[in-house]
Design a protein around this ligand. Structure first.
Ligand SMILES: Cc1cc2nc3c(=O)[nH]c(=O)nc-3n(C[C@H](O)[C@H](O)[C@H](O)COP(=O)(O)OP(=O)(O)OC[C@H]3O[C@@H](n4cnc5c(N)ncnc54)[C@H](O)[C@@H]3O)c2cc1C
Length: 467
């Protein structure tokens, strides 16, 4: 597929203004920064300001048969940041589409454009009276909600997989035509939007969780590494009793605990074990909270040797309760946390197998990940995000990109984890630069997706998937 020609670039400039078509070396170098080496540089970056301008840019790309890759804010740190999956691709960055288009306070529905960040949505919902729990992620307040949702990102508190909170969406096909998904009879095409679906999403309507009357956190120390299988099996029993709607639970490795602390902070006693268990419970009243807390405490007492219970707090967490940025990315960086891992030379790669909620299998995969990390000299930070049926084994590899040889070590460690886990039939659920191994997807589903792709994007303009 050809790079954009001079006449294609001129057509885009005519549509959105020359200042919104970046082709200069410095601008492309900045747009191609990533948290690991060898990500493809964009050929150009387009910054349309409206959905109509976005459609017009796509029509030009379609006519010229040149490849474009949509991003929202382009802060997909550890998965490819704002880089395209192929060289010679123009990045279509939708950060200027940053409006909240609609808010239904009665039904808890909010419609946002791709440039709306978690921090922006938080401020908006609080200004509306704070009845709804603002979604948030560990990447901090400056990343796009839509970009995160489209990658099936993991939210905090009640949001877990954010894509499950999509109520409706609006998208453009590669020829600029519009499609809408949402409550309607028949098969639901919403799933086709996620993780490199062959469309450009211009708006998403999310259904929000109500802000709770009360919430509380229980943290406990798991003294020995070999306790992990029982901790996971115990959490399954706790979460399957219907508590999952008022409770989030996770288990953090010692390396993950250390990565989340500000520089110089000492590890609190309750987090000094081989693993740290944690659960947050929330409820509409004191009685409901007491019941959830009782179950959570039983889990903590069965597996922990020290535990801590926070006082009940009213309402959803505020943005001040969370770290201001992606703290873990700065784990190996001298000088403390900042807000832009791409710019600051932080090495980050994520490997996130989705596993059945079973203790023995989880322990096997974690042991493999930790062995590879130890052999390669990159301590993996593991956070198990638990659910009643499955868990996300969120494995972060963090290094200092300025250290000679560290980029190669990080990449090798990630490649080995992917290859050795694949032998166990275990795959990351979230691709890096749109790539995942073909054997991770059922052949029949692959065939169907390829047919859908060629129907929606017959000229391969939005071909971001690399199966
Ligand atoms: C320390 C740290 C902590 C993190 N914690 C979390 C966490 O808790 N949970 C989590 O999920 N992630 C986390 N991340 C990863 C990542 O930074 C976030 O997922 C972030 O939200 C993704 O970036 P973005 O929102 O700017 O998406 P973008 O980079 O804008 O988009 C990501 C991808 O989605 C697709 N896409 C985006 N917009 C569109 C569109 N409009 N139409 C079609 N396709 C589109 C494209 O394939 C694009 O490459 C963390 C990263 C770091 C470094």
């Amino acid at each position: 597929m050809p790079r954009p020609s001079d006449s294609t670039l001129a057509a885009w400039r005519g549509l959105i203004g020359a200042e919104h078509v970046l082709t200069g070396g410095d601008a492309l170098e900045a747009a191609g920064r990533c948290t690991f080496a060898d990500a493809p540089l964009p050929s150009a970056v387009l910054l349309p300001g409206t959905a109509d301008e976005t459609a017009a840019c796509l029509r030009v790309a379609h006519a010229a048969r040149t490849r474009v890759h949509p991003v929202s804010t382009g802060r997909n740190w550890g998965y490819g940041s704002g880089c395209p999956p192929h060289a010679g691709t123009t990045v279509l960055r939708l950060a200027r589409l940053d409006r909240v288009l609609d808010f239904d306070d009665d039904r808890g529905l909010v419609t946002i454009q791709p440039g709306v960040t978690f921090g922006g949505l938080d401020s908006f919902l609080r200004a509306q009276g704070g009845r709804w729990w603002p979604p948030s992620v560990g990447a901090g307040p400056d990343v796009s909600v839509v970009g995160n949702v489209l990658q099936r990102g993991l939210g905090q508190g009640p949001y877990r997989e954010l894509a499950r909170h999509v109520y409706a969406a609006e998208a453009l096909c590669s020829d600029g035509t519009c499609l809408r998904t949402g409550p309607a009879p028949g098969p639901d095409p919403t799933g086709l939007l996620f993780q490199g679906g062959p469309v450009v999403v211009t708006a998403v309507t999310l259904w929000l969780r109500p802000a709770p009357a009360l919430r509380q956190r229980i943290t406990f120390r798991i003294p020995r590494a070999d306790c992990l299988p029982l901790v996971v099996d115990g959490a399954r029993a706790m979460l399957r009793g219907g508590a999952a709607d008022g409770q989030a639970a996770d288990v953090l490795s010692a390396a993950r605990v250390a990565a989340g602390l500000p520089p110089g902070a000492s590890v609190p006693d309750v987090m000094t074990g081989a693993w740290t268990g944690g659960t947050e419970v929330w409820a509409p009243d004191d009685d409901a909270l007491r019941s959830l807390r009782g179950r959570a405490l039983a889990w903590a007492a069965a597996h922990g040797d020290v535990w801590e219970v926070s006082p009940p707090l009213p309402g959803a967490p505020t943005s001040g309760d969370a770290p201001a940025g992606p703290v873990c990315a700065y784990r190996s960086k001298p000088g403390g946390p900042g807000s832009d891992p791409d710019r600051d030379g932080c090495g980050v790669l994520w490997f996130v197998p989705l596993l059945p909620m079973r203790g023995a299998q989880t322990a096997r995969v974690v042991a493999l990940i930790e062995r590879i990390g130890a052999e390669e000299g990159v301590a993996p930070s593991v956070s198990l995000r638990l659910g009643p049926r499955d868990l996300y084994c969120v494995t972060g590899l963090f290094w200092d990109r300025d250290e000679p040889g560290a980029d190669a070590r990080g990449a090798r460690c990630h490649a080995l984890m992917s290859a050795e886990c694949a032998r166990l039939g275990v795959f990351t659920y979230r691709p890096v630069l749109g790539r995942w191994p073909p054997e991770a997807v059922d052949p029949g589903a692959q065939r169907l997706l390829a047919q859908v792709r060629s129907a929606l994007d017959p000229r391969g303009v939005l071909a971001s998937h690399l199966l």
